[in-house]
Design a protein around this ligand. Sequence first.
Ligand code: GDP
Length: 139
Amino acid sequence: MSTNRTFTMIKPDAVANGHIGAIINDITAAGFKIIALKYTKLTEETAGKFYEVHKGRPFYTDLVTFMSSGPIVAAILEKDNAIEDFRKLIGATNPADAAEGTIRNKYANSIEANAVHGSDSDENAAIEGDFFFTAAERF
Ligand code: GDP
């Protein structure tokens, strides 16, 4: 059953390039409600754990280094059909393939530094939200 929730991160590239406000505006304008929000920084250890599912892929080490290179914004978002609608809003993993007007099309630099994360399933949204937020941090 759908939870109507997804998890996102504004990645270090988009934070460094000054896009936090614009991205949050795009997210709320698309109808997502912010349930939890945090400005924080991953360590190599926590980034490695978050992306453990990609361990063994050739880009894993680079991805962990990139994701721990600067602060990020983490958030839990709520909307009907949240997972699918958010993936549509952010666009394809590679910004070169991301549809016009999507967040990655507007703010991303490369397939790695691609501005935002979006959960790919209800199950992962719950796991990823729990990674960053306690129950008391959700509203
Ligand atoms: P997503 O669900 O669209 O974020 O894509 P994936 O789950 O497949 O990959 C997770 C993250 O790994 C992506 O958002 C990128 O930051 C990074 N990534 C994916 N594919 C590649 C790749 O081929 N090369 C590099 N350097 N990074 C990648």
